[in-house]
Design a protein around this ligand. Structure first.
Ligand code: BGC
Length: 703
C-alpha cells in the first residue's frame, strides 16, 4: 500500500505474494445481472452491487473487489438496483456529431463521475466500430464511420472518464459490425484495411486515453474468435501499441482456455474457461504461470493507476442537474440540420399561431437505444417499457418536445397528434402554421435493422403532411442513417439521433434559434439500401439459435472503402454526405496554404458571412498518390470554431504523420509513400472549396 511506488511495482509485489487460487480469482469475472447477489456459479456475493460484472477482492492483501457497470451513454441499470437512475446522455453518434473533443470530455466526465457515485470502479462503454454495416443495431453506441474522428472523440471521452478515478473500457475489439449472429459470424477483412480503418480508430483512442481495459468482441475475425485472436490481442494491441491494461472478454465471448490465455485474453466474463480449466492448464504447464502472472499484473497495475485500490468508489448521490446540463449541450451541438428550405428555421414566434406536433410520442419523451447500454433515466420512463418488445424494452426518456416547444412559443397554440391516423394528422397539419413531425427508428443490441427505411406508416405520414402543409419540419430520432423517400417534399430536416434526458429542450432550442446548429454527420446517409456496400445484410444460416448460431462469414471485400470512402470510390451520390451539416449562418473559406516542414500543416481563413454567430467545422481531407491503392480521400483533421457575424479566423490544422501513411503489411509498418498529394478543405466531405497539392520525394516509415 506504499503509494510512492509505481503501479507496476506495486502490482509485482502483490503478485509475488498471491496463491494460485487468488490469482485465478481475479481473472474469472462473475456476472450478477441474472439475479441479485448471485454469480453464474451461484456463489453468493453479498457485496455485489448488481451491475454488469463483479470480481471479488482479496481482503488479506488489501485488494478491493471490482464492480463493473455498463456506461456507454450513461451509467446503466439493467433492473437489479433499486437506486440505479443516472444521466441519460445522447447517443455516442450525437456526441461524435459535435466534432468537439471538449464536449466529448464533458460527456466522459459525467460518465466517470456517475460511475464512481454509483459505487463502480469500471465503466463499460467507449464503443468503436466503423459502421461497415449501417443497419447494425448498436451503431448508436459507436463513434461513426471515420477512424480519425471516432478515435479522437472516443479517446477524449475515455480520458475524461478515467480522470474521475475510475477505469474505462473500449469495445468491442474488433470488427464487430453486426448483431445478427454476432457469436457465429466471422468478419473477414484484409490486414491493411483493418489497420488503416477499424483498428486505427482503436489505436488512436487507446493512445489518447491510456484506457485501462479493452473488451474483445463476440465475433470471429478472419476465422479466429476475437477473444482468442493472437494477432489482435498480442501482436497488435499489446506489442505494437504497447497497451498496458487488461483485455476482458465480452460477456460469454470466451471459447477456450489455453488458446484464449495464450492469445492474450486476461479476464473472462460469463463463462467458465478461466475457472477450474485454467487452474488445470497452469498446473499441467499448458499455460505458463508467467502468463497468469501477466494477466493478474495487468489487472492490478491498472487498479493502482486509476486509484481504485487506494481510494475505492463510495456510493454518493448523483448530481442530476450537472449531468442534464451536459446532456443538453451535447444534443444542442450534436443535432444536425440537414435541410432548411427558405430558411423555415429558426421559427419566428411572432408569425406562429398554431403549431402542429406529430408522432413518435413527442408529447412525452424522446427515444433511447436499447440493450446493455440502457440507462434508467431520472424521473423514470414515461411509457412503461413493454416486456414484449423485441429483443429488449424500448425506453423513451422523459423529456417532452411538445412541452419544450410550447415553452419557446408561449403565445402559440401547440397541438399534438400521435400520428397513428395519417388522415387526422394531415388535417391538423393543414390547419396549422407549421407542422413539426417527429420520426423515429428503434435500434437495439441483439438485432439489426433489415432496411434503413423507417418502420410503420412513418414515410406515408411525412408525405401526407408535406402535401397538407409546405411548412413541414421533420425531426428524426434515429440510431443512425435512414432513408428519406420524401426529402424533396419537405422544407426542413433536423437529425436529432437519440437525444438524451434533455432532448426535448435541446431540439426546441434549435428549432426556435436559441441555438444555432453546428453538428455535422459522422456517418454517410445513403439514398437507398441498394447503395450500401452490402445491399442485403447477411444473417446466420438456419439451424442455430440466438446464443449459438451456426458459423458463417461476412466478407468485407469493400476493404478500405468504409463510409464516405465507398461513395467516393464508387462515384455514388449519397443522400447526405459524411461531414455535412447546415447552420443558420454561412461561412466562406479562403487563403489556403499548405506547409510541408517536419509536419504537414494546413492553414486557411474562414469568415462568418451571415448575420448571426455560429460555429463551423472546417474539415481537411487528403488524397494520396494515385498508385497508393487508397480510396479517393480521407479525413486528416478538423477544428471547430465559433465566429461572430463578419468575423474572420485563421485556422491551422496540423496533420499527424500517420494520417499521411498507408499500412505496409509486408513490412508490418506505416509508410509515407513518395508522390503527389492533394489537400481539400471545406464544410463537408462533398463541399471542398479549397484545394492544393504537395509532393513527397522519399518514402518514410512512421511509428
Ligand atoms: C454486450 C457488452 C456489455 C456486456 C455486459 C454484452 O452482451 O455486448 O457490450 O458490456 O454485455 O452487459
Amino acid at each position: 500500500m506504499n503509494t510512492q511506488l509505481s503501479p507496476d511495482r506495486r502490482a509485482d509485489l502483490l503478485v509475488s505474494r498471491m496463491t494460485l487460487d487468488e490469482k485465478l480469482q481475479l481473472v474469472h469475472g462473475h456476472v450478477v445481472k441474472w439475479g441479485p447477489y448471485r454469480g453464474l456459479d451461484q456463489k453468493p456475493f453479498p457485496y455485489a452491487l448488481g451491475g454488469d460484472g463483479f470480481v471479488p477482492g482479496i481482503p488479506r492483501l488489501g485488494i478491493s473487489s471490482l464492480q463493473l457497470v455498463g456506461a456507454g451513454v450513461g451509467v446503466t441499470n439493467l433492473g437489479l438496483r433499486h437506486n440505479g437512475q443516472a444521466t441519460a446522455l445522447p447517443s455516442s453518434l450525437a456526441e461524435t456529431a459535435t466534432w468537439d473533443t471538449s464536449l466529448a470530455r464533458d460527456f466522459g466526465a459525467v460518465i466517470g463521475r456517475e460511475t464512481r457515485d454509483r459505487g463502480f470502479a469500471v465503466s463499460l462503454g467507449g464503443g468503436i466500430d466503423l459502421t461497415r454495416e449501417p443497419r447494425d443495431g448498436r451503431n448508436f453506441e459507436y463513434h461513426g464511420e471515420d477512424p480519425l474522428l471516432a478515435g479522437e472523440m472516443a479517446g477524449a471521452e475515455l480520458k475524461a472518464i478515467q480522470a474521475q478515478d475510475v477505469i474505462a473500457d473500449i469495445k468491442h475489439y474488433a470488427v464487430n459490425d453486426q448483431e445478427s449472429g454476432r457469436t457465429g459470424v466471422s468478419s473477414n477483412l484484409d490486414k491493411r484495411s483493418m489497420r488503416e480503418g477499424d483498428l486505427l480508430a482503436f489505436e488512436i483512442a487507446i493512445k489518447r486515453s491510456n484506457v485501462g481495459t479493452v473488451m474483445c468482441s463476440y465475433n470471429r475475425v478472419n476465422d479466429v474468435y476475437a477473444c482468442e485472436n493472437r494477432y489482435l490481442l498480442t501482436d497488435i494491441l499489446k506489442r505494437d501499441w504497447g497497451f498496458k491494461g487488461w483485455v476482458m472478454s465480452d460477456w460469454g465471448a470466451t471459447h477456450s482456455t489455453v488458446a484464449a490465455a495464450l492469445a492474450g485474453l486476461d479476464q473472462e466474463f460469463e463463462s467458465q474457461y478461466f475457472a477450474a480449466p485454467l487452474k488445470a492448464a497452469v498446473v499441467n504447464g499448458n499455460v505458463p504461470i508467467s502468463r497468469l502472472d501477466d494477466m493478474v499484473h495487468r489487472i492490478l497495475r491498472t487498479m493502482f493507476a486509476f486509484h481504485v485500490i487506494d481510494d475505492p468508489p463510495i456510493i454518493t448521490p448523483i448530481d442530476f442537474h450537472a449531468g442534464a446540463i451536459v446532456a443538453q449541450r451535447v444534443e444542442e451541438q450534436g443535432c444536425v440540420l440537414l435541410k432548411n428550405r427558405d430558411h423555415l428555421l429558426p421559427l419566428k414566434t411572432s408569425r406562429l399561431h398554431t403549431i402542429a406536433v406529430i408522432g413518435s410520442h413527442a408529447n412525452i419523451g424522446v427515444l433511447s437505444g436499447g440493450g446493455s447500454s440502457q440507462v434508467e433515466p431520472e424521473g423514470m420512463a414515461p411509457i412503461p417499457p413493454s416486456s414484449k418488445a423485441r429483443p429488449v424494452p424500448v425506453v423513451w426518456d422523459p423529456s417532452s418536445p411538445v412541452k419544450a416547444i410550447a415553452a419557446q412559443a408561449p403565445n402559440a397554440n401547440v397541438i399534438y397528434n400521435g400520428g397513428k391516423n395519417v388522415a387526422s394528422a394531415a388535417k391538423l397539419a393543414k390547419a396549422a402554421d407549421v407542422a413539426i413531425v417527429f420520426v423515429h427508428q428503434v435500434t437495439q443490441e441483439g438485432s439489426d435493422l433489415t432496411t434503413l427505411e423507417l418502420a410503420g406508416n412513418q414515410d406515408e405520414l411525412v408525405k401526407q403532411i408535406a402535401a397538407a402543409n409546405p411548412h413541414i419540419i421533420v425531426v428524426a430520432e434515429t440510431g443512425g442513417a435512414f432513408l428519406m423517400p420524401w426529402i424533396d417534399q419537405v422544407s426542413t430536416v433536423l437529425q436529432a439521433w437519440y437525444p438524451g434526458i434533455r432532448g426535448g429542450q435541446a431540439i426546441a432550442a434549435v428549432l426556435f434559434g436559441g441555438i444555432n446548429p453546428s453538428g455535422k454527420l459522422p456517418i454517410t446517409f445513403p439514398k437507398s439500401d441498394a447503395d450500401l456496400p452490402h445491399p442485403v445484410l447477411i444473417g446466420p444460416p438456419p439451424g442455430g439459435n440466438t446464443l449459438h448460431p451456426k458459423l458463417f462469414d461476412v466478407n468485407y471485400t469493400e476493404g478500405l472503402k468504409v463510409g464516405y470512402k465507398w461513395y467516393d470510390a464508387e462515384k455514388k451520390e449519397p443522400l447526405f454526405p459524411f461531414g455535412f451539416g447546415l447552420s443558420y449562418t454561412n461561412f466562406a473559406y479562403s487563403h489556403l496554404q499548405v506547409k510541408t516542414d517536419s509536419i504537414v500543416s494546413v492553414a486557411f481563413d474562414i469568415k462568418n458571412i451571415g448575420d448571426r454567430a455560429g460555429a463551423e467545422v472546417p474539415e481537411v481531407y487528403l488524397a494520396l498518390p494515385a498508385d497508393s491503392g487508397e480510396p479517393p480521400k480521407r479525413l486528416v483533421g478538423w477544428q471547430k470554431a465559433l465566429l461572430q457575424p463578419g468575423e474572420t479566423r485563421s485556422i491551422t490544422v496540423k496533420i499527424q504523420p500517420k494520417m499521411l501513411a498507408i499500412f505496409n503489411v509486408a513490412k508490418n509498418a506505416w509508410e509515407i509513400l513518395p508522390g503527389d498529394y492533394r489537400i481539400y478543405v471545406g464544410s463537408s466531405s462533398r463541399q471542398l472549396s479549397l484545394q492544393s497539392t504537395f509532393s513527397i520525394l522519399k518514402s518514410e516509415t512512421v511509428p
